[in-house]
Design a protein around this ligand. Structure first.
Ligand code: ADP
Ligand code: ZN
Ligand code: ZN
Length: 749
């Protein structure tokens, strides 16, 4: 007998509440997760519609009292149905409760009362608004002036995003009449939904010119669109260096897809979601573009989704969560910068947006367009196998040249007694820029920072002999006493000298942005220096503020972590310096070389995007490492060949698959025991290689102990079965009630 858990009313927040019905024999096999069904409800057995969210053979209640599904509704299946089916797929492929999976695909409606969700936007530019504010102040129109001052406080692109209406009426204590008055004067506008204003009305005549596509761009566009008109739906990967004109290609393909009456989702990592990018879409497609970003509240996000469902929007741009917009006729999903780590969800269900995008497109008969300057190994591997169609853009569009790259060997600097974080070469080139009034970006690779031990003389970090990842220092009473592999648990005491060259200069690598800034002030007195890291940005808005300040020529040198490499175009930057390019090689996971290649290639891509030629200084302890050498040459193909052979040898993804099971509990013994039980369960599967249990990278967080077990297997489906088996065990178990479990596929941290 089969039973179905059904959500009766989808429109409300009660997604958690399901009702169980029997699936009648004649409907078995037809009723699936996501099916819209008719069920008798309540004491009067009123017939209502409901969605199946789960199928099981275990009844929750007395079978004799369980009602049966009356029928399937096949006509006009709504978007929710697909999304629920997608949630089912996510649950099955990533391991999560159905509830968490549904919450990931459906923004929960939050009851927002009255005025909430209204935003006040400026209708004039900053200069004019400043004049008006002064006039009001002179006339002692203080409430009006307060509103304008508040808008003037918004920096850079945030200016056009406006301010929350409630903030103005409640916090600034400016009554509705004041806001309305300013509106009648044409100074501001109040709008029901918060979104990027279409600035073309403000900057009439400054619309982006439409470029004539070059040959490579034209080839991609016409191939994809002719596939589309032939009814062929598939996944394409565009590999093109930064500035090669990928966005231009997306827009042309989008235009073609829209002409079939279809809608398009454009995924962009949050950090790259700048005013510049969004504005390009606006000036091309106008008001039918909408944007989702993290500053929207749950309620506002819900409103955006509703607008999309009602057909008021054709293109939705946004980060990971924009993937679940309930379009009626989805035709295409673009995933820009598909290699970005932010596409990986960090909370259960730990899905990857690229994979879910492909699945959603497949369910709906849409195509997927992936793009990157530094594709993920996953995407490139599949493209090489012909699963995706691969396109390449080799040149920078608009004629800009790739920068010249200098590799500096930090071991030589050390030998020559230059202990500064700035090499001789980098110092000289920065001085040159300062003279020429050009700008420099200094990039500190924070990934893996201080999380490993390395030798200052030869640069070796101490690695695990079994896993080809760095050993992590293990602190005991504030002292690093042991080194441990977080993958297999291998452990050694901290050696007194470098195992490779015998030098005593070993330790954690301790540079941070602040230290680099201090050194820069000493080396380049008089230079205007901006620092950007988690401390100086103060949330996402601060991040945009510093970048626009720098873009406007507000500083000579910008020092920052990997955030600085994303998004912005700085035409006057002609030098990019990377302080320790290989730091990320020690990150302790199998993607270390891939991340290093990406970070270095993307950072190098920051220099020389305008007319002036750029230079890059790459400081490294491992000048011969393939990720460094190939990144310096922007030679992705060679990097890929070498990296994929490593993955093949060690059976890492994308060649194979890895299931990580995180066991956590306040009781360490209990967590250890359950982890051991899980390791044994996984070991029952012949094709699965089990690693661990061992401590998780963060072994204890907020008094919760964390253990990891890994299972490796060629076949993803087998790992899903292992997960199912563990889930089933946990459901019945009574011994480990104090433990929780999370699953992660193909992630190692
Ligand atoms: P990507 O998305 O690959 O970084 P973009 O599409 O942003 O590249 O293009 C980089 C720059 O080159 C942009 O300023 C864009 O306007 C310009 N561009 C793109 N295609 C062309 C073209 N065919 N001719 C001239 N300029 C172009
Ligand atoms: Zn050494
Ligand atoms: Zn190991």
């Amino acid at each position: 007998m089969v039973f179905a858990d059904i959500i009766i009313d989808i429109s409300v927040k009660s997604l958690d509440k399901t009702f169980q019905y029997r699936v009648p024999e004649e409907l078995e096999g037809e009723v699936e997760t996501g099916s819209l069904v008719l069920v008798p409800f309540g004491s009067g057995n009123r017939q209502l519609k409901g969605y199946v969210v789960n199928l099981t053979d275990k009844p929750k209640f007395d079978i004799s009292r369980t009602k049966s599904i009356a029928g399937i509704e096949k006509q006009g299946v709504p978007a929710e149905s697909h999304l629920l089916a997608l949630a089912g797929w996510i649950k099955q492929n990533y391991g999560a409760s159905m509830n968490d999976a549904i919450k990931a695909v459906m923004p929960v409606k939050r009851e927002v009362r009255g005025q909430a969700g209204k935003t006040v936007f400026p209708l004039v530019d900053k200069k004019r608004l400043e004049e008006l504010a002064m006039q009001f102040e002179v006339k002692h129109n203080t409430a009006r002036a307060r509103v304008l001052r508040c808008l003037l406080g918004l920096s850079g692109e945030m200016y056009y995003n406006g301010v929350d209406y409630n903030y103005i009426t409640r916090e600034l204590k400016c009554p509705k009449s004041v806001v309305d008055g300013l509106g009648q004067m044409g100074i501001i506008k109040t709008s029901a939904t918060k979104k990027y204003r279409n600035p073309s009305s403000l900057w009439a005549g400054r619309e982006e010119e439409r470029h004539k596509l070059n040959e490579e761009q034209q080839y991609i566009t016409s191939t994809v669109l002719s596939d589309y008109s032939d009814g062929i739906r598939k996944t394409y990967l565009i590999h093109g260096v930064t500035g090669s004109g990928k966005t231009e290609v997306y827009m042309n393909i989008i235009e073609g897809v829209l002409s079939y009456g279809k809608q398009v989702i454009v995924l962009i990592p949050e950090i790259a979601l700048t005013f510049q990018t969004v504005n390009r879409f606006y000036s091309r497609f106008g008001e039918r573009v909408s944007v989702i970003h993290s500053r929207l509240s749950a309620g506002e996000r819900y409103d955006q989704f509703t607008r999309a469902k009602e057909g008021l929007v054709d293109i939705m741009i946004g980060p990971r969560s924009a993937l679940f917009v309930p379009f009626k006729n989805l035709g295409l999903i673009v995933v820009d910068e598909e290699h970005e780590t932010s596409y990986q969800s960090e909370t259960p269900p730990k899905y990857h947006a690229r994979e879910v995008a492909i699945q959603r497109a497949e369910m709906l008969g849409a195509s997927v367009l992936l793009g990157s300057a530094t594709p993920s190994l996953e995407a490139y591997y599949r493209a090489k196998k012909g699963i995706y169609r691969l396109f390449t853009l080799k040149k920078r569009a608009g004629g800009a040249h790739l920068p010249e790259t200098h590799i500096v060997d930090l071991r030589e600097e050390f030998k020559n007694k230059n202990y500064s974080v700035f090499s001789k070469k980098l110092t000289a080139l920065i001085e040159e820029r300062l003279k020429k009034h050009e700008q420099a970006v200094i990039f500190i690779n924070r990934r893996g920072y201080a999380g490993f031990i390395s030798c200052r003389q030869c640069g070796e970090s101490i690695g695990c002999p079994h896993c080809s990842v760095s050993l992590k220092p293990h602190m005991h009473r504030g002292v690093v006493d042991r080194l441990r592999c977080h993958f297999c648990g291998y452990e050694i005491p901290v050696p007194g000298a470098c195992p490779s060259c015998g030098s005593k200069y070993i330790g954690t690598f301790g540079i941070g942005t602040q230290q680099v800034e201090e050194t820069a002030h000493k080396l380049f007195p008089g230079a205007r220096i901006l620092r950007m890291d988690a401390d100086t940005t103060g949330g996402k808005e601060g991040h945009g503020k510093i970048l626009s300040q720098f873009a406007d020529g507000g500083a000579d040198i910008l020092i920052g972590t990997q955030m600085v490499v994303k998004g912005h175009d700085f035409p006057n930057v002609t030098l990019a310096g990377i302080i320790a390019a290989d730091l990320s090689l020690n990150a302790g996971d199998y993607r270390a070389a891939e991340r290093t290649y990406q970070l270095v290639a993307q950072a190098a891509g920051r220099a020389g995007r305008g007319d002036k030629k750029g230079e890059v200084v790459l400081q490294t302890y491992q000048p011969g490492h393939y990720s460094i050498v190939h990144a310096a040459n922007q030679d992705y193909e060679s990097f890929y060949e070498q990296e994929i052979s490593v993955r093949e040898m060690l059976q890492y993804p994308p060649v194979s698959n890895i299931l990580g099971v995180l066991v956590f509990s306040v009781n360490e013994e209990s967590a250890s025991k359950l982890a051991a039980v899980i390791a044994e369960m996984a070991g029952q599967y012949q094709d699965v290689t089990v690693l661990g249990p061992s401590d998780a990278p963060v072994a204890k967080a907020k008094d919760i102990y964390r253990k990891m077990v890994y299972g490796k297997c060629m076949d993803y489906g087998t790992l899903c079965s292992v997960k199912d088996c563990i889930e089933a065990f946990k459901e019945q178990d009574t011994e480990y009630k104090d433990c929780g479990i999370n699953f992660e596929f193909n992630i190692i941290r």
